[in-house]
Structures are given as C-alpha cells and as structure tokens.
Ligand binder design. Structure first.
Ligand code: SF4
Length: 323
C-alpha cells in the first residue's frame, strides 16, 4: 500500500478544512481499503470521519433522516425501516456479508466503486481508473457488467443494492460541499452514467461529504426486493428488482421499479412506472413493462443472459406485488 497521511476529523468543519486535492474520506472503509491495497486508489491523505456523530436515524416529519454513518446493519434492523420501508431493509440484507454490513455505512454504500475486474487490475487499461487509457472489458470477459446506460468508454455496473431500493423510494442525498454549504440532491441523477468521463461517478463536487439521506414517506405499501445472484449470499446482483406499489380497487395507482445488476447507475425508467400506473395487473401488462425497460439495452456476449432473466424476474415480482 502506498504511504498516506491519516487525520481524524472531530467535526464537519475540520473534515472540510483538512481535505485537499488527493484526499479521501474514510468511514467504514470496506471498499476503499481494498482498493488502496490493490493500489487502484492511492490517496495522499485519508481523513477519518467515523466520529462526526452522523450515526443517527431521526424521524423527519412523515419520513426519516438517515445519518451518513449509520451502518448498513443498523439501518436494516431499524424497526421503523422494517415496518414502513421493508424494501430498503431487504435490499440491505441482500448485500455483502454480516461482518461487512456491520462496518459499511449509508454514505459509503452510495459511493462504492464498481467491481469490474479490469478496474481492479493495474495491468489492464481502464478509463475509469486511468482516464483515456481504454477499456479492457470491451474485448474481455463480461458477466457482471451493465447493459443499460453504457457508453463507448465504459460499461461498468453499479454494484449497489441499497441504492436500488433508495431509487424506488425517491430518497434524497444530503451533503456539504468543501465550503461547508449544505446541498440536497434526489437519488435520481445522483449517480452519473459513464459517458465520456467514467471516472466521474456522482454529482458530488471535490471535497464534498455526504451527511445524510432523507427518506420520504413511502408511496406504496407493497414492497419487494428480489435479487438473483450466483451464490445465496455475499454476491453481487446479476439482476435485482426493488418494487414499491400501491393498489386501489384492483388497479395499480403507484408503481416505482428500480433495478440492480443492469445499469451503470441504479436503474429506474419513469416510462415503465407510468406504463403500469392506472392499469389492472396482468401478465400482458408485465411483459409490456419488460419490453419497455429492456428496449434500450445493449447486451454483449456474456451479458445477454440478463435480458430474459430480467423479464422473468420482473414478471415474478409484479405478480407477487399485485396479488
Ligand atoms: Fe474500466 Fe469501465 Fe472498462 Fe471496466 S468497463 S475496464 S471499469 S472502463
């Protein structure tokens, strides 16, 4: 590992003042430390933010405000979350392992990096790791890669589970910029597709620090998170679906569907939600939703299996959610 300076910040002001180009913030470190050991990330300065007091889940009107340092385990186990936002609890419990969830934080989870194997291999070109160097995945082995939101420069998958549920729940990411000014950004658009700059992964400006995630009151009481993966635990999604629905008199009056394992960002297509809204559930309708969702997909050898898998998973989730 490359040597680095270590600071422990006592508060947000100190964290911001200590940050300089080449610095990173560390909380749980479950992804960052691995990447530092591989020398994929080589910060000059590591600023520990674990003691900033951002580890509370507070009632916020009819919603919740989740501190950025709340662990994935604590968030999944919170009785309020389990009762009113079960899709979030289930998505969290579907991610990583118990040990990792105990350390991983809400803010860090949103910023986890892709697990594209070429990104982690310094011997291969990668536009995300070294801008302009090329993309080894394009002619390489593909499986855990994206089919939606890709570009000619990168097709790395966003590996999140929590973020997929947060997209279906219309969460808002709250952060402080390097000047200490507070901002709030909807989770929609928070993660950026690769375009021509795969190294820029979120809207966060340099030196910004996520402080909390605001969770509005749930718009649907029928919530499901289902994840298909190679192993029963401790594996990333081949495809996952977060569904939040509400039905009245046999019709879908609210539909929010978000997907993991498919996109370069946690994926949600408003047109799919709109197609379902106002309709009576049927297999014909669910197939139309799958057609619409997958229409822009760009599968390659190695990822083409995701399309029929997504269709079957979506049908099953919608059938269960509308029973
Ligand atoms: Fe790098 Fe993206 Fe290509 Fe993977 S897909 S090698 S992360 S540029």
């Amino acid at each position: 590992m490359k040597p680095f300076d270590y600071y422990r910040a006592a508060d947000l002001t100190e964290a911001a003042a200590t940050h300089q180009p080449g610095s990173v913030f560390i909380a749980g470190g479950t992804n960052l430390v691995d990447l530092m050991k591989l020398q994929v990330m080589t910060p000059d300065r590591v600023i520990d933010i674990a003691r900033l007091g951002l580890d509370r889940i507070e009632d916020d009107g009819d919603g919740l405000r989740i501190g950025a340092l709340v662990s994935n385990s604590d968030l999944a186990a919170d009785p309020r979350v389990r009762k009113r936002w079960p899709v979030l609890s289930r998505a969290l419990l579907a991610g990583a392992s118990g040990q990792l969830r105990n350390k991983a934080t809400t803010g860090g989870n949103l910023l986890q990096r892709t697990r594209c194997p070429y990104f982690q291999d310094l011997a291969t070109p990668c536009n995300k790791r070294t801008p302009g160097s090329g993309c080894a995945a394009m002619g390489g082995e593909l499986r855990n890669h994206a089919v939606l939101g890709t570009s000619a420069h990168c097709l790395a998958l966003n590996p999140g589970d929590m973020a997929v549920a947060l997209r279906a729940l219309d969460a808002v990411v709250e952060f402080r910029d390097a000047q200490g000014i507070a901002h709030a950004h909807p989770i929609a658009g928070f993660h950026l597709p690769p375009g021509t700059t795969p190294d820029v992964e979120t809207v966060l400006p340099p030196g910004a620090l996520i402080t909390s995630v605001a969770l509005p009151a749930p718009k649907g009481d029928r919530q499901i998170y289902r994840k298909v993966r190679d192993r029963a635990s401790y594996a990333f999604a081949l495809v996952s679906v977060a569904a939040v629905l509400r039905l009245e008199r046999g019709r879908i009056v609210h539909a929010a569907l978000a997907f993991g394992g498919l996109g370069t960002v946690p994926w949600r297509d408003p047109a799919v939600d709109a197609l379902l809204t106002g309709e009576a559930p049927s297999m014909v309708l669910f197939d139309k939703a799958a057609d619409l969702l997958l229409h822009p997909a760009q599968p390659r050898e190695g990822t083409a299996f995701k399309l029929p898998l997504t269709r079957r998973l979506l049908r099953a989730v919608l059938e269960e959610a509308t029973q």
